[in-house]
Design a protein around this ligand. Structure first.
Ligand code: ATP
Ligand code: MG
Length: 395
């Protein structure tokens, strides 16, 4: 009998012809988070198995943040399809626990077995009751659920389950470029997009000296949190100072944010194109601020052709905060260092900007040349989840 970690797929199992594409990626992503450990992973269409002699707790604690997993179980593979043998081994396993109640649940992929799943569960329950005194069946609220899967050449027995995050393995749906600010929203938007299988690169606009080094460190720290789900993240740092100042000097202040965001979109679209990212992703949420009214979004979005994914478009702030807390970005996001948006905020930003006015105002600045220069000189950082946590002491 071998003790392994059993992975169940959930939504992934609905993929038919191309399921293998998703499963090889899931396997590779699991191997990536376990790269410091000695493990072997194999799989079939329904189940994946991690074989290891390492400490099970260590292995198991690394896996739940890999997208595409529905459930994780510590599982025993019994190399037999003989009911008596399976029952004996299951009883031995259960004797290890000090239990009062249990329930058996059976799955039967070996269709040559003449009994139904319910009959198998009843028979197994009877064997357990016969061999372990004082144990009782509780179908509603058992202390332990004894799962038994009768397969063609072996049998799986497992008890406890850890819930996975679901979604699709990162990378199976291509790449997206996340506009990552130091705020609460954009890391959550990134998390939700990765969950659908999209591997992220990220872009951050800074305006030194108007924005501080701490603001940049904060974004790096957030990117590191997102790297947990993405294997690693390339973070593009764009120096936005000259563009920002040029807008500030030349354009009516009520249009500062609209034009600034049009510039961000233009730059992001070029970087996305260069990096083979098929979409932009950001943390915009309808109505949250003046630049997120429908008219504003339309005036800003109109400068690019690339699709823009806004996972938070219809979320309330409180729901966004709940996710930010669950992915542990919230505490970092609320640190007070300002990103470039907040420095140049006008008293009365336009709520319904006029696209044609935007175009007229933009003629007042040589933005194409400025964009070209800033992209040419931009910095790319490769962020992994396991780097030095130099920023954590500020929390
Ligand atoms: P957040 O909390 O994510 O910063 P917000 O409510 O402050 O969002 P805005 O500042 O209007 O809203 O920004 C909307 C979105 O634009 C952000 O969620 C982010 O995706 C992107 N964005 C804003 N500022 C920057 C920046 N400095 N660098 C990269 N992306 C940015
Ligand atoms: Mg912001």
């Amino acid at each position: 009998m071998e003790k392994v970690i059993l992975i169940k797929y959930g939504e992934l199992s609905t993929k038919k012809d191309n399921i293998n594409y998703f499963l090889t990626r899931l396997r590779d992503n699991i191997l990536f988070v376990l790269k410091d450990l000695n493990v072997k992973v194999d799989y079939d269409k329904g189940r994946m198995f991690i074989h290891t002699k390492e400490d099970f707790e260590t292995v198991i604690s690394s896996v739940p943040k890999v997208f595409g997993i529905h459930e994780i179980n510590i599982c025993y593979i019994i190399e037999s399809i003989d009911f008596k043998e399976i029952a004996d081994q299951t009883v031995n396993l259960l004797k290890e626990f000090s239990l009062k109640t249990f329930k058996v649940e059976s799955k039967r992929s070996n269709k040559r077995i003449p009994l139904t799943s319910i009959e198998l569960s009843k028979n197994m329950g009877a064997q357990i009751l016969k061999n372990i005194p004082n144990l009782k069946v509780d179908v509603n609220n058992p202390e332990v659920l004894v799962n038994i899967e009768y397969r063609n050449s072996n049998t799986l027995v497992y008890f406890e389950q850890i819930k996975g995050l679901g979604g699709y393995p990162v990378g199976t749906l291509g790449k997206g470029l996340l506009m990552l600010s130091g705020g609460i929203d954009s890391p959550v938007a990134g998390y939700l997009t990765s969950k659908r299988g999209v591997k992220l690169e990220a872009i951050y606009f800074e305006s030194p000296p108007h924005t501080s080094h701490e603001a940049k460190d904060k974004v790096i720290s957030l990117a590191r949190k997102l790297a947990i789900y993405n294997n690693d993240i390339n973070l593009h740092i764009i120096n936005f100072t000259e563009i920002q100042e040029s807008i500030y000097k030349n354009i009516p202040h009520e249009y500062l944010i609209t034009i600034m965001r049009r510039m961000m979109y233009r730059i992001s679209a070029i970087i996305a194109y260069n990096r083979n990212c098929k979409v932009l992703v950001n943390g915009e949420s309808i109505g949250q601020v003046a630049s997120q009214t429908l008219t504003s979004m339309s005036a800003i979005n109109s400068v690019v052709n690339i699709p823009v994914i806004r996972p938070l478009a219809c979320f309330d702030k409180l729901d966004i905060i709940a996710i930010a807390k669950s992915i542990e970005t919230y505490e970092t996001s609320i640190l007070p260092f300002e990103d470039c948006c907040t420095i140049f905020v006008p008293k009365h930003p336009v709520i319904n900007p006029d696209k044609h006015k935007c175009e007229e105002y933009e003629k007042l600045i040589p933005y194409e040349e400025l964009i070209y220069q800033t992209i040419k000189n931009h910095e790319i950082l490769k962020i992994t989840s396991k780097e030095e946590k130099q920023f954590e002491d500020l929390l």
